[in-house]
Write a protein that binds this ligand. Structure first.
Ligand code: BGP
Length: 488
């Protein structure tokens, strides 16, 4: 047997992409509720109202860095379609969906708690109905022996905090976030023991993810410092409230290769990789790495720190590294090489690899490379909490959905994961393919870009009866889990 006997096979989702019920039972607005749909070619648009009451919209491109003008408020336009409002309605389908997860044999289920379902404005007002909703989810999961793996923040910034505090630019939001963490750590003590602090902490750049209106480098550096402090404090708080808690970080890990063996290209790749290594260095080692201090110095950016911030970072290091892996990318100095699409960070096209329908490079060996790089740098357990192929699925006349392309993608990536364990000695604790039941894409807001092992009848024009239909990959994954990855 290659993998741990207690290997955490499961699936992954995020509240704002799956739950829907965006204002139900006391939930408050989050920034993603003002983010309209987009497509492979058209960026998503966030809607806002300025101080004169004029409604505007800002493009949030695939790197999700569209600026939202200062002093505006997020605004939900009744004439627009917002994918997160219904998403695929986990809020009303949770019993059926968790039964499907149990049918696949899940050992865990990675999900996020919507901050504004618990704290509608993100402040210290609590919504009991929100707490009760997640109580029933965790009870239902545990009824089937499925461990919840909970992301405390999966991009969804409370609209009120964005509007009134400029999101993570304000130190006050750290306190509000810690209040939310304390509330859920205490409420779900004994039901949840696996947590992660911030989803893809290294890509939080747009207003939707940070609540910051003017997302220039200096503001984002300050906001990211507050987020790192919030993460470190949450780790300490979680350990204090329940010593059984295992609390990880979560990073978007896209290995970057040099375009050629030209030393300048190698240096480009080293610098590209720092976009994720910085966050891992701080959350695993507990201090700002020298290259980051030098970069801030060069850019004349000085971060406002409280006197005990460095001690907080040192004390709040994580227990494991959760990460998303979809693709690899390329860096080089040749200005004529084509840029590629990708999961936020866009690199150069790799001439040796194919891409998905949405232009994401498909590189199974890249997952083994990622696992080796992280394990040999940090020597912590690693958890693949996102991996998958966004693709168009076709429902045949018979009702079958023969997603052999998704099985091929997942099979090759699980094989690479097994090789990292078997050949490189990497300690991998689990694997949860992304969007295990079809959900809304974050980058484009599309339903057409499906990841699931279960198809949901919902379409980009808002139509569909939300019925659930296992795909061919559903039964394949059942077998994978049943044999602990031996039979792919
Ligand atoms: C990651 C996010 C997920 C998910 C995934 C797939 O960045 O953590 O929320 O969205 O990307 O991307 P997309 O949904 O844009 O296809």
């Amino acid at each position: 047997m290659t993998l741990r006997t207690n290997f955490l096979w499961g699936g992954a989702s995020a509240a704002h992409q799956y739950e829907g019920a965006y204002l139900e039972d006391g939930k408050g607005l989050c920034t993603f509720d003002a983010l309209g749909g987009g497509s492979y070619t058209e960026p998503r648009q966030v809607t806002y109202m300025d101080e004169k009451g004029q409604v505007g919209a800002a493009a949030v491109d695939s790197s999700m860095t569209g600026p939202v003008p200062k002093l505006t408020r997020g605004y939900v336009d009744p004439n627009r379609y917002y994918p997160s409002h219904e998403a695929t309605d986990f809020y009303h389908h949770w019993k059926e969906d968790i039964a499907l997860m149990a049918q696949m044999g899940f050992k865990c289920y990675r999900m996020s708690i919507a901050w504004t379902r618990i704290c509608p404005k993100g402040t210290e007002e609590i919504n009991e109905a929100g707490l009760a909703f997640y109580d029933q989810i965790f009870d239902e999961l545990r009824k089937y022996g499925i461990e919840p793996v909970v992301t405390l923040n999966h991009f969804d910034m409370p609209m009120y905090l964005a509007d009134h505090w400029d999101g993570w630019l304000s130190r006050k939001v750290v306190d509000y976030f810690l209040f939310f963490c304390e509330t859920v750590f205490k409420r779900y003590r004994g039901k949840v023991k696996y947590w992660m602090t911030f989803n893809e902490i290294n890509v939080l750049s747009s207003w939707c993810q940070t609540g910051v209106h003017e997302n220039n480098e200096a503001n984002l550096a300050q906001a990211h410092h507050h987020i790192l402090i919030a993460s470190a404090k949450a780790v300490q708080l979680g350990h204090h409230i329940d010593p059984h808690n295992q609390i990880g970080m979560m990073v978007s890990y896209t290995p970057c290769y040099p375009l050629t063996c030209k030393p300048e290209d190698v240096l480009e790749a080293i610098q590209f990789n720092r976009q994720k290594e910085f966050y891992m260095d701080v959350q695993v080692r507990g201090y700002y790495p020298e290259y980051r201090c030098k970069e801030l110095e060069r850019k004349h950016i000085s971060i406002a720190m409280a006197k005990d911030d460095l001690a907080i970072l040192k004390a709040g290091t994580v227990d494991f590294i959760g990460f998303s892996y979809y693709m690899s990318t390329v860096a080089g100095t040749d200005p004529n090489v084509k840029k590629t699409q990708g999961n936020q960070f866009l690199g150069l096209k790799n001439p040796y690899l194919e891409t998905s329908d949405w232009g994401w490079t498909v590189d199974p060996l890249g997952l083994r490379i990622a696992l080796i790089q992280m394990y040999e740098r940090y020597h912590l357990p690693l958890f693949v909490v996102e991996n998958g192929l966004g693709a168009k699925d076709t429902v045949e006349e018979s009702g079958a959905i023969n997603d052999d392309y998704r099985i091929a993608y997942l099979r090759s990536h699980i094989q690479a994961l097994k090789d990292a364990v078997r050949l490189d000695g990497v300690d991998v604790m689990g694997y949860t393919p992304w969007g295990c039941i079809d959900i809304v894409s974050a980058g484009t807001g599309e339903m057409a870009k499906r990841y699931g092992l279960v198809y949901v009848d919902k379409h980009d024009d808002g139509s569909g009866d939300l019925s659930r239909h296992p795909k061919k990959s559903f039964r394949w994954y059942q077998q994978v889990i049943r044999t602990n990855g031996e039979e792919l």
